[in-house]
Design a protein around this ligand. Structure first.
Ligand SMILES: O=C(O)CCC(=O)C(=O)O
Length: 269
């Protein structure tokens, strides 16, 4: 029998959200963004999203299903997304779930994700799967958030979660009745730990489901999205210190030194 996804409102006490995430490995918070904030981010990303080519030929082995749109580098393209990335509740959850294993956390992935009518279900996976060197259950390495830009419904591809799977050993597989759909209205945010099994749902409706994923990882881990290329220094220069710190420009202990004099080619050939 499936565990449900704990649900909260934006005004709820963060301590209860921390406890729910510890227990279930996932949680939904409703009413985090006002419609105007959602619309601003959508408008800023709209031109980039509409340029993406949508693939119609599907192969069941492909990690990313066809009939979807995926746009990385969200912070470089939408200033409205900065408040999402720096949200205070998410910051407190990251410190709670990642803070014991690092001096600071950084942005791991940013992407706008649209699931179109006819898109199949994605393969269940864990955000921490790139870090196979640790056996399951791993220490907390990643915390992920999915911001609902449209309603997420049973029919339109709401994210699938397996509550409790963040504590499972390698051999434990999810049964169909343990998989739950993260239904939530636009303006909500779904949070899950890097060890929690999840996937994009199938869209059997006639409209697109739109979410923005922002994930965070320990400040000494390689980021899944190369943040220094997706938010290069010339763009980062005009952004707040908090955003520069979040993408990982400051050092983590002795990691990440550089020579600021190396900005122009100093030799040819
Ligand atoms: O779109 C979703 O609901 C989940 C996406 C996801 O897990 C992925 O793209 O890896």
């Amino acid at each position: 029998m499936a565990m449900s996804i704990p649900e909260f409102d934006a005004m709820d006490d963060v301590e209860s959200i921390k406890a729910a995430l510890d227990r279930a490995g996932c949680a939904v918070i409703k009413g985090v963004q006002a419609p105007a904030e959602v619309n601003r981010v959508k408008a800023e990303l709209d031109g980039f999203m509409s340029e993406l080519r949508v693939v119609n030929d599907d192969s069941p082995e492909e990690f990313y299903p066809a009939r979807t749109r995926r746009l990385p580098a969200v912070l470089a393209r939408s200033s409205g997304s900065h408040a999402m990335a720096l949200n205070e509740t998410i910051d407190a959850l990251c410190w709670h779930h990642l803070g014991d294993n690092c001096e600071r956390f950084h942005l791991h992935v940013s992407a706008a994700l649209e699931i179109g009518p006819g898109a199949r279900e994605q393969i269940l996976h864990r955000e921490e799967d790139p870090f196979q060197f640790f056996s399951l259950p791993r220490p907390n390495l990643v915390l992920a958030t999915m911001w609902a830009m449209t309603d997420f419904t049973k029919l339109n591809g709401a994210t699938l979660l397996v509550p409790g799977s963040h504590r499972w050993p390698t051999q434990r597989k999810a049964h169909a009745d343990e998989i739950v759909k993260a239904e939530m209205p636009s303006g909500s945010v779904l949070i899950w730990l890097g060890g929690t099994l999840h996937a994009a749902g199938a869209n059997i409706s006639d409209h697109w489901r739109y979410g923005v994923i922002l994930s965070y990882s320990l400040g000494w881990l390689r980021q899944e999205e190369n943040q220094y290329l997706d938010l290069p220094p010339n763009l980062a220069a005009s952004m707040s210190d908090d955003i520069k710190a979040l993408v990982g420009y400051p050092m983590h202990g002795s990691l990440g030194f550089y020579d600021p004099r190396v900005s122009e080619p100093s030799f040819s050939g």
